[in-house]
Design a protein around this ligand. Structure first.
Ligand code: AMP
Length: 202
């Protein structure tokens, strides 16, 4: 696993999916959103979906021993560059990734204040098929694949607050891990998607 990689970290609704997907598309990188993969598994009621449901239903993180092999298996199939959206989310995940890659990938961290996250999540929609993010008022069909746009079940307020506290408990130490290794770039995630993308691209 010697390919070049990027990881995207940030609180829920910080724009990881929107920005990560765009950066991946424009640079020919393979893209994996672990959250989208889990939501698809829930929808299709697969074994993974059955296992992950109790965690997603209450806004908790899925255990490392489920997430790590799943992501390493995906990475094992990548010959070129890749971008991970939403992984790693714990120090253990970050360490396992480094060990498998034999290097530490560059981490892009989107910073958005909590009040702005709450405003965003209240009007966020997601395509049920391709998992692109949209906003209320953008219609009911995904402009990319014609799938149905709907609110995410885990965006209801209580669930969202749990995800935010999981972020503080587990992802902040992961960000510190990347900062200590001088592999983190903190990006201001406020403003329009184009403004944020200009900062992400650097
Ligand atoms: P996201 O779409 O990135 O907001 O992720 C949605 C949910 O999927 C999270 O709140 C977690 O329950 C779960 N999840 C996604 N990625 C991970 C991960 N790396 N580790 C643990 N749980 C995850």
């Amino acid at each position: 696993m010697k390919s070049r990689g990027l990881v995207f970290l940030g609180p829920p609704a910080s724009g990881k999916g929107t920005q990560g997907r765009r950066l991946a598309e424009e640079n020919g990188l393979a893209y994996l959103s672990t959250g989208a993969l889990l939501r698809r598994a829930l929808r299709d009621d697969t074994e993974l979906g059955k296992l992950a449901r109790p965690f997603l239903d209450c806004g908790e993180y899925v255990p490392d021993d489920v997430m790590i092999p799943m992501v390493l298996e995906w990475l094992g199939k990548q010959d070129n560059g890749w971008l991970l959206d939403g992984f790693p989310r714990t120090v253990l995940q970050a360490e396992a990734l480094d060990e498998a890659l034999e290097f530490t990938p560059q981490a892009i961290v989107l910073h958005v204040p909590d009040d702005e996250l709450r405003r965003r999540v209240a009007c966020r929609l997601e395509c049920e098929d391709c998992h692109r993010v949209a906003r209320e008022g953008e219609g009911k069909q995904c402009p990319k694949c014609d799938g149905r746009l709907a609110p995410r079940a885990d965006d209801v307020s209580a669930n969202f607050e749990n995800r935010l506290s999981e972020y503080r408990r587990l992802v902040i130490p992961t960000i510190t891990y990347y900062c200590d290794l001088l592999c983190a770039r903190i990006v201001n995630g406020t403003g329009s998607p184009d403004e944020v993308y200009a900062r992400v691209r650097g």
